[in-house]
Write a protein that binds this ligand. Structure first.
Ligand code: GDD
Ligand code: GTP
Length: 429
């Protein structure tokens, strides 16, 4: 039997996600039309004999109540929130709330970071863990470019044993990184965790640190430093290397990138979620869009063949209304309750719930926050991050009103602002 645990972190985290994380905890920010951790839950739902999933974090539990209710009903799984009194680190909560984690005696634990996008190859990881692994299996991926923002792994190429590990090293150690997805044997994992914790306590006592920082420091335990680095090369930790898509999701820019990956993933796993291409077959979604009696622009009622033009991968929530003369894609997600007007053009962007894109407006490389409005003929644009690294997208926080005919370029706009003039390269407070 297995239990899933998602480390959701808490309010002091997710600052890079502002202004979107002002209105919603980062783990619930949508990627490709679904809250970030719904993708985790869908991955866990494929695991056989899953008892339930615990969301472990230090956010107020009320912030997750609605999400938990709808996600558990839709996915037919039990999801519970376990609240840490304070930030206990990536393993501290597992130790402190051990009773909740071990209830029902799961043999294996799937421990997932929340701020990643992945195909979650959990069943393959489990098979690997049962064959090769001992206490802990770490999902690893080889990436190109700078690896210093990640945990770097050196493994035995023959046995897959984790031989050496450096957490965010100053000089790159290897191209193989820790993806923040673990499979643990409950008993073995807790044996390592307890030993590591005692070791830490002894270390802190020796330095008299526990006097100064008392409970806080004592409770903080990290999977990376305290378990992986302590037990590297001792035949306890193995690396499941996988080449599937994966990325970290620490910022709105990364959320756009992650959305593109998930939309591409839908093409093979849940194609019914993607808007049908205009050249493709008449798919169900278009028929539904016409049949549900909603108005998708002036022409859509009379011209029966009219449907929006979709380019590449596009997600449109069934309750969103998109005018027949609008053009969307690639990498566009339009959430529930959105309205996209006639002649609007959306490229590489997310329109979050209940936002409105006016007629002939252009939204490119941008996120339009909950309940925000982009006026007619306005442009909300950012840099194309696939073309240039280090660029910046435009982000409208919740309930921003963008007047018609203005240009907003490379701006971050905080919630509830009304923009009446054009803006370039600004943070609008
Ligand atoms: N419950 C709880 N309590 N969760 C926490 C806490 C805590 O005190 N601290 C962090 N988390 C959660 C975060 O929400 C996130 O899901 C995950 O643990 C890791 O967050 P960070 O501690 O910010 O680390 P990171 O994301 O910069 O780096 C980690 O993940 C990388 C992969 O994304 C490391 O494990 C790296 O080695 C790894 O490459
Ligand atoms: P392709 O990329 O090859 O399709 O060229 P394109 O010129 O059609 O560009 P794009 O796909 O980006 O634009 C598709 C439609 O959006 C065209 O009808 C454009 O006229 C229109 N479009 C381009 N820029 C804007 C704009 O700023 N505002 C509005 N409302 N429409 C635009």
């Amino acid at each position: 039997r297995a239990r899933g645990i998602i480390l959701v972190g808490g309010g002091s985290k997710g600052t890079r996600f502002r202004p979107l994380s002002f209105d919603l905890p980062k783990p619930l920010v949508p990627l490709a039309g679904k809250p970030m951790i719904t993708h985790h839950l869908e991955g866990l739902a494929r695991v056989p004999n899953l008892l339930d999933v615990l969301l472990l974090g230090f956010y107020d539990e009320s912030l997750f109540a609605e999400f938990i209710e709808s996600a558990s009903a839709r996915l037919q799984m039990t999801v519970r929130y376990v609240r840490e009194g304070a930030a206990l680190g990536t393993a501290g909560g597992l130790l402190r709330y051990r009773e909740a984690v071990e209830a029902g005696s799961p043999d294996v634990l799937f421990i997932l970071h929340c701020d990643i996008a992945s195909s979650f190859p959990l069943c393959d990881m489990l098979a690997f863990h049962q064959r090769r692994g001992r206490s802990l299996t770490v999902l690893g991926k080889r990436i190109t470019g700078d690896t210093r923002a990640y945990g770097c792994i050196v493994k035995d190429e023959r046995t897959d044993e984790l031989l050496h590990y450096a957490e965010k090293p100053e000089t790159a150690v290897s191209a193989l990184i820790n993806c923040g997805v673990y499979v643990a044997s409950t008993r073995g994992f807790y044996a390592l965790l307890e030993a590591a914790d005692q070791e830490r306590a002894r270390g802190l006592a020796a330095q008299r640190l526990w006097v100064a920082s008392a409970e806080g420091e004592r409770g903080r335990v990290q999977i990376e430093q305290d378990i992986i680095m302590t037990y590297e090369g001792r035949q306890q930790i193995y690396v499941y290397e996988c080449d599937d898509f994966w990325c970290q999701v620490k910022s709105p820019e990364a959320a756009l990138r992650a959305s593109a990956m998930y939309l591409q993933h839908y093409a093979s796993t849940q194609p019914e979620l993607l808007a049908p291409h205009s050249h493709g077959m008449e798919a169900r979604a278009v028929r539904n869009m016409r049949a549900d009696g909603l108005n998708y622009g002036r022409d859509s009622v009379n011209v029966s063949h009219a449907a929006p033009t979709f380019v590449g991968n596009v997600y449109v929530h069934p309750t969103a209304r998109v005018a027949a003369t609008a053009k969307l894609g690639p990498n566009v997600s339009v959430a529930a309750g959105c309205v996209v007007g006639d002649g609007a053009r959306l490229v590489n962007c997310m329109a979050l719930e209940d936002s409105r894109i006016g007629e002939h407006a252009l939204v490119r490389n941008a996120v339009v926050g909950w309940g925000s409005t982009v006026g007619e003929w306005a442009r909300v644009e950012g840099d194309d991050l696939t073309a240039e690294a280090g660029g910046r997208i435009s982000i409208l926080g919740a309930n921003v009103e963008c007047a018609g005919e203005i240009v907003v370029r490379n701006c971050t706009v905080l919630p509830h602002k009304a923009l009446t003039v054009s803006a370039l390269n600004q943070i609008i407070l």
